[in-house]
Design a protein around this ligand. Structure first.
Ligand code: 5GP
Ligand code: MG
Length: 179
């Protein structure tokens, strides 16, 4: 597995330090609001677990799953796979995402949740890859962990064909693996 990683971009220690800061900022903003953190599976798994453990305010969690990616290129459409099970009408929703790339997935998730009439929606993304953002995407992330270059990254939940999610760091996948 390690031999397929061209470069480690973000170490496990750097991830934990930044996630603690993000959780502290979000906890302060949502104090007394009992937010619902909605994670977008599967990539968000590690980030969500580490993030919510550091939130020191009452909160709820829910999950949804969409399919939007094949291999190393965006498929161009987003399919719902699993919906949330909470009634979010009138609630403060915080979407947790692994990586904000073209913006198709987050646009889909935002529109889908907005239709359920929550009081507010904000977005926390661990990684932001602005290079490939589509011009029609108008949403913005409210909290960003790290901005990454235009490379295909894996680890800490992020996969290539379902592999590498278990790496404890974020690394650039060697192009030989997918070429
Ligand atoms: P978007 O819809 O913004 O193009 O893509 C978001 C989804 O594409 C992410 O949730 C993630 O599943 C996938 N994705 C985008 N860039 C990368 C990347 O560099 N590595 C991996 N593993 N997945 C990515
Ligand atoms: Mg994802």
């Amino acid at each position: 597995m390690e031999k397929d990683i061209e470069q480690i971009l973000i170490t496990s220690e750097q991830l934990q330090e930044r996630i603690s800061q993000l959780a502290a900022e979000v906890s302060a903003e949502y104090a007394g609001k009992k937010p619902i953190f909605i994670g977008v599976l599967k990539g968000v798994l590690m980030f969500m677990g580490d993030f919510v453990k550091q939130v020191n305010e009452p909160c709820e969690i829910d999950l949804m799953r969409i399919a939007s990616y094949r291999g190393t290129g965006s498929k161009g459409s987003v399919d719902p796979v699993m919906d949330i099970s909470t009634d979010i009408r009138g609630r403060h929703v915080v979407i947790l995402e692994d990586i904000f790339d073209t913006g198709r997935s987050l646009t889909y998730v935002c529109n889908h949740l907005q239709a359920m009439e929550p009081a507010s929606i904000k977005i926390v993304t661990l990684l932001d890859k602005p290079a490939k953002r589509l011009p029609e995407v108008t949403i913005k992330a409210d909290y960003i962990g790290f901005t990454v270059p235009d490379e295909f990254v894996v680890g800490y939940g992020l996969d290539y064909n379902e592999l590498y999610r278990n790496l404890p760091y974020i690394g650039i996948l060697s192009p030989e693996v997918y070429q």
